[in-house]
Design a protein around this ligand. Structure first.
Ligand SMILES: [Zn+2]
Length: 363
């Protein structure tokens, strides 16, 4: 069944903002309490499951009077997040969960069964109606409702089961499309069309680096540090918005025009190891582009053929198949010594990826 998510900015009153912050704090409290409980269990050779952790938390929380008035689902989902993290760690997908500190990303999930959505407002357990900036885009059964804060704004993410099967789209008559994803331009297609990174992005990224440096010079957790941190968070948010928009526009256009998509297999560099800001930004950018592409192609049933990492999409001549020994990053034009073709580097790569997807190219 098709699950859809919609993230909508909220327009909460001051009292509601305070309530949200409290529930995020409660979710964090439950997460941390269950994490130390789980760790204690490990020491005693007692593997505590989600159910164990949740039951034990519900017993121990009685010692804290303030938890009574809270949204109990916030704690439940906090512990659920933790146990999902534990399973990822057990399967060696991510590292061992760490305690959530004050000031890390604030979010909590609530009882989706008790939530109602009507036009531009949403009814949340215990707090009542909260205004939204937009109407919910999809209809169906609510699966997950999460409130979160990004920079200065509160959002609700609503995941819905639309009840509709994922129907493959009729793509007869549409061509195969090769997509070269890059840092210089966001994406280049085999027909030469390019999707550029939006221009404000560069300006904001430079500004972000500057504000980030300023932050590093402030006294940690001083008033000025918090003030500067807010500046940095707002910039991050703005950059993410600009980038998201660009990614949505490009991926929607590409998906609409293709019956099959050929793309390079990108190494998802380990963001955790990556301390350099510019690098981290470009990495997360490509990841965001690819995940949006994947969601949209999945929904429409369009196959995406990923060329393997050894596939020389850039070094191969798309006309005659000649493979260069070396191609410098600075060479923006591909010039084939064999058949004398001259073509834009990215477009050349995109054509090779298209051919790979179609099955003409074997290596
Ligand atoms: Zn050639």
């Amino acid at each position: 069944m098709a699950l859809k998510s919609h993230k909508i900015a909220l327009r909460p009153s001051d009292a509601q903002k305070t309530w949200f912050a409290q529930q995020c704090g409660y979710a964090r409290f439950a997460f941390n309490a269950a994490l130390s409980d789980f760790k204690a269990g490990l020491d005693e050779d007692d593997w505590r499951s989600f159910i164990d952790l949740n039951n034990r938390f519900n017993t121990s929380k009685k010692a804290f009077d303030w938890t009574k008035g809270m949204d109990q689902r916030a704690a439940l989902y906090g512990i659920k997040n933790l146990s999902e993290g534990i399973i990822r760690w057990k399967n060696k997908i991510s590292r061992f969960p760490r305690f959530k500190k004050r000031g890390c990303k604030q979010s909590y999930s609530t009882d989706e069964q008790a939530v109602k959505v009507e036009g531009k407002r949403i009814k949340l357990p215990k707090i009542g109606w909260v205004k939204m900036f937009q109407e919910l885009r999809f209809e169906g059964e609510l699966i997950r409702v999460t409130i979160s804060r990004t920079a200065h704004r509160w959002f609700v993410s609503i995941t819905i089961d639309t009840g509709l099967p994922n129907v493959p789209r009729d793509t007869r008559g549409l061509p195969a499309v090769g997509v070269d994803v890059g840092i210089n331009s966001l994406a280049t297609l085999d027909n030469g069309k390019q999707y550029e990174n939006p221009r404000p992005l560069q300006r904001y990224e430079r500004k972000l680096a500057r504000e980030q440096r300023k932050l590093s010079r402030k006294v940690f957790r001083s008033n000025n540090w918090y003030k500067q941190k807010r500046v940095v968070e707002k910039l991050y948010y703005r950059i993410a918005c600009i980038r998201n928009d660009a990614h949505h526009q490009a991926t929607t256009a590409i998906v609409k025009s293709a019956s099959v998509i050929g793309i390079e297999k990108l190494k998802v560099t380990n963001l955790l190891k990556n301390k350099r800001l510019a690098k981290a930004l470009s990495d997360s950018a490509l990841g965001g582009f690819l995940s949006k592409l994947k969601t949209k192609t999945d929904t429409l049933g369009i196959p995406v053929i990923q060329a393997p990492q050894f596939f020389a999409s850039s070094k191969t001549c798309s006309r005659c198949g000649y493979v260069k020994d070396e191609l410098l990053l600075s060479e923006r034009t591909y010039h084939c010594e064999w058949c004398n073709t001259k073509i834009g580097r990215d477009q050349n790569a995109a054509i090779n990826l298209k051919n790979f997807a179609v099955g003409y190219t074997e290596k």
